[in-house]
Ligand binder design. Structure first.
Ligand SMILES: Cc1cc2nc3c(=O)[nH]c(=O)nc-3n(C[C@H](O)[C@H](O)[C@H](O)COP(=O)(O)OP(=O)(O)OC[C@H]3O[C@@H](n4cnc5c(N)ncnc54)[C@H](O)[C@@H]3O)c2cc1C
Length: 366
């Protein structure tokens, strides 16, 4: 089968590699000048099945985390499975964390509480209130998405063509490019992330607006002389290693100021800097402040399935977590094995009214 995959973020890379490994002739087209220039380069990259609802979606994320491990993410270097610590210091957060740890444990997902000293052995330089309730999720991980994309492309014979903006795709497998040319394939798989609606308006994505659920800041620090080895979430700031001693941070309550048309305001950068410094106990400098835009279907769930006889769409939030599993399931489905577990995520579900998904503002949300 000749397949054209549109979009070369984590999703397009995983879909392309899984199809190419099965012997299909796969070409990936992307508008950007290089792979992984979309949301996959402005992400917190926490790989988890933690605060996901409903249960089928939690299981999908938990299985995707296992898939990252199964296909060798740790050896290849895109996956760092050092777990996740969540610190709750107010009553509301404590009760939400308690309920979540119990629910996840009941579902067979590794989740427990740690004492202060046990947590301090894991993160000796972290400063948190002595009476914090500490949740520990030992199986979780953080990802370097560019390395994931590189590993996918290196794992199978995929033809990559960057700098090709797609303007339309028709149900007979014809792809129209901005330069006026056309390509045809037996199957076209759209993996355009937040731009999915530009080719498939029937797939309802949340449009970016200042402070809505799509928008999120990410700050990358200059190298900091502290030991921080894993994802850490607290009410004021989320942290993870970003490589070379730098940290990646989120301040979810500040995301109300994130504007799709502008840079991060100075006060947001200062707030993030001060909160990171408070957690790690040394001054920090933020080298890069990014304004991320999530790829977010209106109900918050993935969109995966056929939209035409030769057209198929994959778009999702949390796709750094989900990409390897979605790649595998989509490749199976496109080679004739319908995947029952994709049934809740079909593109046809958007006919009626939808309540727009709530922004991620609380620790453990993403
Ligand atoms: C602030 C923030 C924090 C996040 N944190 C997490 C997290 O902790 N864990 C997690 O799992 N997920 C997280 N996510 C979500 C995750 O990053 C995304 O779901 C994922 O990166 C989407 O990947 P994608 O491949 O679908 O899209 P993208 O990476 O955006 O790739 C789409 C590609 O399509 C190309 N394209 C677009 N339009 C066209 C066109 N017309 N023609 C050709 N090419 C085109 C783009 O150039 C791009 O390369 C976060 C996102 C944000 C914004």
């Amino acid at each position: 089968m000749r397949v054209i995959v549109l979009g070369l973020g984590v999703v397009g890379a995983a879909v392309a590699a899984n199809l190419a490994r099965r012997g299909h002739a796969v070409t990936v087209l992307d508008a950007a000048g290089a792979p992984a220039r979309g949301t996959s380069s402005t992400t917190f990259g926490w790989v988890n099945g933690n605060n996901k609802q409903p249960p089928h979606y939690q299981r999908l994320n938990a299985d995707a985390l296992r898939e990252h491990v199964r296909i060798g993410g740790e050896d290849a270097g895109w996956l760092v499975r050092t777990g996740h610590l969540e610190y709750a210091t107010d009553d509301d957060h404590r009760s939400r964390l308690t309920a979540r740890v119990e629910r996840l444990r009941d579902a067979g997902y590794p989740a427990e509480f740690l004492g202060r000293e046990q947590a301090a052995r894991l993160e000796p330089d972290l400063r948190v209130a002595p009476d914090a309730l500490i949740g520990w999720f030992p199986g979780e991980a953080h990802c370097f998405p560019e390395l994931f994309v590189a590993a996918m492309l290196g794992s199978a014979p995929v033809t990559v063509e960057t700098g090709h903006k797609v303007t339309a795709v028709t149900g007979d497998g014809t792809v129209h490019l901005a330069d006026g040319s056309r390509r045809t394939a037996d199957q076209v798989v759209t993996c355009l992330g937040r731009h999915t609606g530009s080719l498939h308006p029937e797939v309802r994505m949340v449009e970016p607006e200042k402070g809505n659920a799509v928008m999120g800041f990410l700050g990358r620090t200059a190298p900091v002389p502290v030991r921080l080895s894993r994802v850490v979430t607290t009410a004021s700031v989320n942290l993870r290693p970003a490589g070379g001693g730098s940290l990646l941070a989120q301040t979810l309550d500040q995301d109300v100021h994130a504007d799709p048309d502008g840079p991060a305001p100075e006060h947001v950068t200062e707030t993030m800097r001060d909160r990171i410094a408070g957690r790690v106990g040394v001054p920090v400098r933020i080298d890069a402040m990014l304004v991320g835009q999530r790829s977010l279907p209106v109900d918050g769930l993935p969109v995966v399935g056929p939209v035409a006889p030769r057209g198929y769409v994959v778009a999702s939030h949390s796709a750094v977590t989900l990409a390897p599993l979605l790649g595998e399931l989509v490749a199976r489905e496109l080679t004739g094995e319908e995947q029952e577990r994709l049934a809740p995520y079909r593109p046809g579900r958007f006919a009626g009214e939808f309540a727009t998904v709530r922004p991620a503002r609380l620790p453990g949300e993403q």
